[in-house]
Design a protein around this ligand. Structure first.
Ligand code: FMN
Length: 372
């Protein structure tokens, strides 16, 4: 049953034991100041025990506080966290999964920063970021490489560059958020310059360690970055020897639009994006977004729409998803359903550790009493 889902796949020199990966999911479980807490260790142990082949740990900042989404964003910018990151990688690998750390600069969405930085001073919600200087841009490229090297030193098998969710790498690509008129803005070649420089510097620093890319295929905003241009960028990216492309859509400025909220309720709501990107590239592609059932996920691979499945809330809502699917007990899966009105997202937006509405009622009650 589901022979596609449970077949191996190589990512460069590493072998994934099946096609299931945990997609990065920030839940606010790091300690305040981005430390590796016991809560985050326990959480990732459970995720790795699920039987997925690879766990991609949520975004960790390359620059604190300027690049941090929140004060509970993991820090990968300091050796003070090396011991904690080492424990995190060891925990995941001890459960038989490959460990990958996603690294990120949040740019204009850096809520831990007093003054957010961005390619251009384009307002987002009520905040106006300051445009980065060339010297600052060059400094940030180096910080990505430092963080990637730190992940490698901590024992992670791979790193993933967070080019999704409208964070800094994506901000340079989008004509909405990049209105620069120097060599980092304007035409496509210039807008590609920052993300390509980051990939190159990171790869130079980590040698043969595979480097993946979380890829924004569409901002879902009228004047934004769209799938057609994204496919061109994906081709350019593969020329850098990127290990895989993990496709997603949307940014904080589109996630909560009524039509996007509606669309996001459907099973596999981002699969068409992954399928289109996959046609443009020759590296493995990961598709996430309510990959809710084994039958749907297996068919997505069989139909050539994706190589790997990314499970984020789907896996968190039921860490036994892979086993239940493999053992033919799909009817017992606890599904992440939209009727909780994104309780997890609401919590993390308030800077609090998230609960899942599918947890037992007593656990949710105790969690709310502690954290809300
Ligand atoms: C609360 C929350 C936190 C997320 N954190 C990250 C993150 O740190 N990095 C990332 O690339 N995507 C992040 N995502 C996006 C997920 O990886 C995934 O693409 C999305 O949730 C759809 O998959 P799912 O339906 O299995 O949850 C997050 C999503 C949610 C809801």
């Amino acid at each position: 049953m589901y022979s596609h889902l449970f077949s191996e796949l190589s990512i460069q020199h590493l072998t994934l034991k099946n096609r299931l990966t945990m997609a990065p999911l920030y839940l606010g479980y790091a300690g305040e100041g981005g430390t590796v807490s016991s809560m985050i260790i326990d959480h990732y142990r459970l995720m790795a025990q699920s039987g997925v082949a690879m766990v991609v740990v949520e975004n960790a900042t390359v620059d604190y506080p300027t690049g941090s989404g929140s004060d509970r964003t993991l820090r990968a910018d300091t050796d003070d966290n090396l011991e904690g990151l080492t424990a995190l990688a060891r925990t995941i690998k001890a459960e038989g999964a490959l460990a990958c750390l996603q690294i990120n600069h949040a740019g204009r969405f850096a809520h831990a920063a007093a003054e957010p930085l961005a390619p251009s001073a384009v307002q987002t919600f009520s905040r106006l970021p300051r445009a980065l200087t060339i010297t600052e841009i060059e400094g940030i490229i180096e910080k990505y490489a430092d963080a990637a090297k730190r992940a490698q030193n901590a024992g992670f098998d791979m790193v993933e560059l967070h080019g999704g969710t409208g964070y800094l790498l994506a901000q340079f690509l989008s004509p909405r958020t990049n209105q620069r008129n120097d060599e980092y803005g304007g035409n496509l070649e210039n807008r590609y310059r920052f993300p390509l420089a980051v990939v190159k510097r990171v790869k130079d620093r980590v040698g043969t360690m595979p480097v993946g890319y979380r890829f924004l295929a569409d901002e879902w905003l009228p004047d934004g970055w769209h799938l057609e241009g994204a496919c061109q960028f994906a081709k350019t990216l593969t020329a850098t020897d990127i290990a895989y492309i993990s496709v997603m859509g949307g940014t904080y400025e589109s996630f909560f639009l009524p039509e996007i909220v509606e669309k996001s309720k459907q099973e596999g709501f981002m699969l068409h994006l992954a399928a289109t990107v996959r046609k443009a590239v020759d590296v493995p592609v990961i598709a996430a977004g309510r990959m809710a059932t084994g039958s749907f996920a297996d068919k997505a691979i069989a139909d050539g729409k994706t190589d790997l499945i990314g499970l984020a809330r789907v896996l968190w809502a039921d860490p036994q998803w892979p086993q239940k699917v493999r053992d033919g007990r799909e009817d017992k899966i606890l599904h992440c359903t939209p009727d909780c009105k994104d309780a997890c997202m609401q919590m993390v937006m308030q800077g609090k550790p998230a609960y899942c509405a599918r947890w037992p009622a007593e656990k949710v009650k105790a969690w709310k009493a502690k954290f809300t």
